[in-house]
Design a protein around this ligand. Structure first.
Ligand SMILES: [Fe+2]
Length: 374
């Protein structure tokens, strides 16, 4: 068997494992529950947190603003803050990016979580929303999927770029490995996070599988153990050694050339808001939104969830039954607000709206969610 034939055979085998065995034994073995170590870190409390929806799948010019005692949602028009030319408009795409602006005493911090799919959409929306990367204190890249890092070049050059020495938080070496997508049996290259480009731009890469404090106001969960019934599902393959250093990968992946991707490196980002509780961004929830919540609770020691925001990925390869089951589990956790973005999918949203009326808030590009003190 030639080298390329062997490689193709391996890819075919991985493809069968990924597509044919769901939710079969192979992935169940992959997703064996992990005992969570005591990972509590000293997490600060912020007085107020504003989340700007920078990139998401929908814009909606007529979204209603919301003003409640514990939540304000500001909506913007199709031109954002009306800072651009008359023909400018906010762009929606299949990507995820939010800018978190937190206040603690007199100190303000801005943390960008993910960079959307395209540099054009990210740069356009940041500009129309009046958000300048030169004022950002940190960047989080939640995992190595293009819809979360594809817009990075917009932050690395030009007048509106991240300042040198801005920290970039990631959940371990795996994020830098090249990936392929595998959707409906079609396998295509899916790019990689370009570490060298980050370093050339003078940024500081902070890579850790453990929880970390971010810009003194937020924290990353580090690795997310699988402690609920949720399984990791993910339509990508990872190529160890391509873009990433094999020596820094987990031992079970070091010697492989391609492997079904278990997103072990995916991290959530969270804040503790005074008198409210946890606000958690799960980004894409490949490790499960419930697992991300459990991990944020464990790391912070704070149990009450004020808001969970993110793509909850309750679409293929997850099932409609899993979407309903997750909505029921979320009802038991009783967050004050559920903000479904990006890859969440309509079955979960419909069920969550039925179970948690008034608590499910649609995001839309440009919206600003204000949590905490007025
Ligand atoms: Fe995603």
């Amino acid at each position: 068997m030639s080298g390329s034939t062997t490689r193709n055979h391996l890819i075919d085998r991985r493809r069968r494992e990924l597509l044919g065995a769901l939710p079969g034994l192979a992935l169940l073995a992959l997703n064996a529950r992990a005992a969570a170590p005591d990972a509590t870190i000293d997490v600060p409390t912020v007085d107020r947190l504003t989340l700007h929806i920078v990139v998401d799948a929908q814009t909606f010019a007529f979204a209603e603003p919301i003003r409640r005692p514990d939540l304000v949602v500001e909506r913007v028009g199709p031109r954002g803050n009306d800072t651009g030319p008359p023909d400018s408009t906010l762009t929606a795409e299949f990507g995820f990016s939010i800018l978190a602006e937190s206040r603690r005493g007199d100190a303000t911090r801005r943390v960008l979580v993910d960079a959307g799919y395209t540099p054009a959409a990210l740069a356009n929306n940041l500009s129309l929303l009046g958000l300048d990367p030169a004022t950002f204190d940190a960047l989080v890249v939640s995992h190595g999927h293009y819809d979360h890092f594809g817009g990075l070049p917009a932050l690395l050059s030009g007048a509106r770029r991240l300042r040198p020495d801005t920290p970039v938080y990631v959940g371990g070496e795996e994020i830098f490995c090249a990936r392929d997508t595998l959707v409906r049996s079609v396998q295509l290259p899916f790019g990689r996070v370009d570490r060298e480009a980050l370093l050339r731009a003078g940024l500081r890469v902070e890579s850790s599988t453990e929880p970390a404090s971010i810009a003194d106001h937020a924290f990353s969960t580090g690795r997310i153990p699988l402690v609920t019934s949720e399984r990791t599902v993910n339509p990508t393959l990872m190529r160890p050694g391509v873009g990433c250093d094999r020596a820094h990968l987990d031992p079970d992946k070091r010697q492989l050339t391609i492997v079904a991707d278990d997103l072990r490196h995916e991290i959530a980002t969270a804040w503790v808001v005074r008198n409210r509780g946890l606000v958690i961004s799960s980004s894409c929830s490949h490790r499960g939104v419930l697992n991300a919540i459990r991990r944020a609770q464990e790391v912070s020691g704070v149990q009450h969830v004020h808001a969970i925001i993110g793509g909850f990925h309750l679409v293929w390869p997850r099932t409609g039954a899993e979407a309903v089951e997750t909505a029921a589990a979320l009802e038991r956790i009783a967050p004050d607000y559920v903000i479904p973005m990006h890859c969440t999918g309509e079955p979960f949203i419909a069920e969550a709206q039925r179970r948690l009326p008034q608590r499910v808030i649609r995001p839309y590009v440009g919206s600003r969610f204000v949590f905490g003190a007025a």
